[in-house]
Ligand binder design. Structure first.
Ligand SMILES: Cc1cc2nc3c(=O)[nH]c(=O)nc-3n(C[C@H](O)[C@H](O)[C@H](O)COP(=O)(O)OP(=O)(O)OC[C@H]3O[C@@H](n4cnc5c(N)ncnc54)[C@H](O)[C@@H]3O)c2cc1C
Length: 67
């Protein structure tokens, strides 16, 4: 999915209270099991998931984000 975040769209969304963005991530059904589960999709959580995959080859990772 290609999504364009232009300066104009950022400006317009700023004026509109950030209400017009479409969800940019998938909502897959959870798998029966994972090799790692990361709680929290902030910078640390996403970096943990990314480097587990990139540096350690652990790609069956779930990131659970309450927001
Ligand atoms: C106002 C403000 C301005 C900042 N400006 C800067 C800046 O300019 N530059 C900079 O480098 N840093 C800045 N920081 C600091 C930076 O945002 C934090 O250091 C960084 O986001 C911390 O990342 P984190 O992954 O540890 O936590 P967070 O980004 O807080 O992520 C934690 C995530 O875990 C989720 N979560 C919590 N509990 C649960 C749960 N039980 N189950 C599932 N999910 C859960 C939360 O919803 C959240 O998304 C700023 C912080 C604030 C508050």
């Amino acid at each position: 999915m290609t999504r364009i975040y232009s300066a104009l769209s950022l400006f317009k969304e700023g004026l509109a209270g950030q209400t017009g963005w479409k969800q940019a991530w998938r909502s897959p059904e959870p798998k029966p099991s994972y090799d790692a589960i990361v709680i929290g999709g902030g910078g640390h959580g996403l970096a943990t998931a990314y480097y587990l995959a990139k540096n350690h080859g652990i790609t069956r990772v779930a990131v659970l984000e309450k927001g």
